[in-house]
Write a protein that binds this ligand. Sequence first.
Ligand code: SF4
Length: 551
Amino acid sequence: MTEKTHDVAALNQAYFQSEHLLFNRTTPDHDAVPIVFAFPNTYTVGITSLGYQGVWANLATRSQVDVSRWFTDAHEELPRNMEILGFSFSWELDYVNILAALKKFEIPIDSGDRDQQHPLVFGGGPVLTANPEPFAAWFDLILMGDGEELIGNFLNAYQEVRSASRQDKLRHLAKLDGIYVPQMYTVTYESADGAITAIEPIDSDIPAIVHKQTYKSNLLSASTVVTDKAAWESIFMVEVVRSCPEMCRFCMASYLTLPFRTASIESSLIPAIARGMEVTKRLGLLGASITQHPEFDTLLDHLAQPQFDDVRLSLASVRTNTLTEKLARILSTRDSRSVTIAIESGSERLREIINKKLHNDEIKQAAINAQAGGLKALKLYGMAGVPMENDDDIEQTIEMLISLRKIAPKLKIAFGCSTFVPKSHTPWQWQGVSKTAEKKMQLFRKKLLPKGIDFRPESYKDSIIQALISRGDRRLTKLLILAGSYHEGEAPSDGSYKRAFKELSGQLPPLSWYVHDDWDISQVLPWQHLRSALPVETLVKHRETSFTAQS
Ligand code: SF4
C-alpha cells in the first residue's frame, strides 16, 4: 500500500465510522446501478451540505442503485464498473476539483469525447441550477432544481434505457422535465468575442426550454447524518423554509427558488428535531428567511421547553424586523452569543430600490432587542456597489452602524460587507459590478474601525470571479480550464484569470464585458433556454420598478 492510499484509508475510517446515520440504507438489488455520488471538496465541507446529505440518502434508500460517496480526501469503496457519476456542485470555485476528479476517474473532460465505456456524468446543486453554461461541457446531464423528485424521475428514466447507446440514453433523458443535456443545444454568437445570438435545441424532439423543477411539500429536508467531522461539528440541521417571499432585487436565494415554502411544524419540524436530538445536542435551523415562517413563534415556544436546555441552537440569518427580545433570549440561553441580520444598507432610499422592506427604526429596535435578550454580539450584513447607490447612501450606512454602538453599547457590532454581484434569474441580472465598490469598502474600513465596529469585507477580487462565472457562457469553459492549469490542484488566483483572458484574447469577450458591463435587456442571456419560477418579462418589470424607486 502506498503512503497516499494508506492516508485515504485512514481518513475513510476516521470519517465514515464517526457517522450517526438517521435513515436505513437499503440493500441494493443484485443488478443495481453502480453510482458514485461526489462532492467536489473535502469530506468535512461536503458532509455539512444539507443538499448533498439529502440526495445521498435519497439514493441510498433505493434498491435499484448501489451508491458510494466520494470526496476529495476520502471515499467509500468504489465500484469497478461505475455507470453513473454525480456531482453536487455548491461553490463555483470547486470546479477545479471536478476537473481533477474527472481526470482521476479517467473520464474525458468534454462530454462529447466520451463513449459507451464511460459513465454518465450528472451534476446538480445551486451553481448549476443558477447558470450551468460555463461548466456545461463537462456534464452529460444536469438536474435543474430541487432533488427530491428529480432524482427518482431521472433513475426511473435511466432504467428504461440502461442498455441503450450513450446517445440514445441522453436523447431519452433530455425529454424529461428538469433534465438538461447541454450537448443537445447549440449556441451561436455574433462573433467569437460578441454577444450570443441564439440558443437552440439540435432538433424538434428536444424541448426548446428546460424548466427548473420545484418540490412542493411541507416536508422539507433534515440532516440524514450527524458527525463530529462536519465543518459544523455534530450539528443536526432542519430546513424551516425554502426560498424567501421578499424578493430583494439582487437575491437569487429568493427569485431562483420561488415559491416560498414552509415546513409543517407538527408533522415535519418537531418530529425531525426529536430524531436529531437523540444523537446530538446541536441544532441548526436553516432557510433563507426562517423567521418568515408563519408559525415561527410556535417553533420558538417548542424550543424554549426545558428538554432543550442543554441544546446549542444556531440560526441562519434572521429577518431584521423579526428579531424580538424573545428570540434573542432563547438564542442566548441556548448557547448562541450572536445573531446575524441582513440590512443591505443603512439608507432608506437604497433599501427601497433593493425592495428591502425595512426601516431604520426597525434596525435600531433589533439591536435593542438583541441586547435586552442577552446576546453579546450583532452581525449586520450589507453590500457595496448596489445599482443606483450613491456616496450619500454609503455615508448613511456608516452613520447607522455608529448609532447602533450608542443604542446598544453592550453589543459587539460587526459589519460584513460584500460587493453586489449580478445573479441569473434575478431582476438585476443585466447590471454589471460597479468598479466603485472596492473604494467604498475602503471607506467603510476607514470610518468604522476607529468607532469600534468590526468590519468584515468579502474580497472584491473574489466577487469579480463570482460575477464572471455567474454571467458566463460556454466560451468561458476553455478559460476556466486554462486558469486552473497554471497551478494545478489550487484554486486559480485573480491573476490566473487575467492571464488566461490575455492568452485567449479574441476568442471570447473580455473580462469587463462579463463582469462590469450593463447588458441590454434584449440581449440573449446564456441561460435563456433554462427557465426558473418567473418569466423574463416579470424580471424586466421588477427591474423597472427598482429603477423608478430611486426618484
Ligand atoms: S430578505 Fe434576504 S433572503 Fe429574502 S429576498 Fe431579501 S436578501 Fe433574499
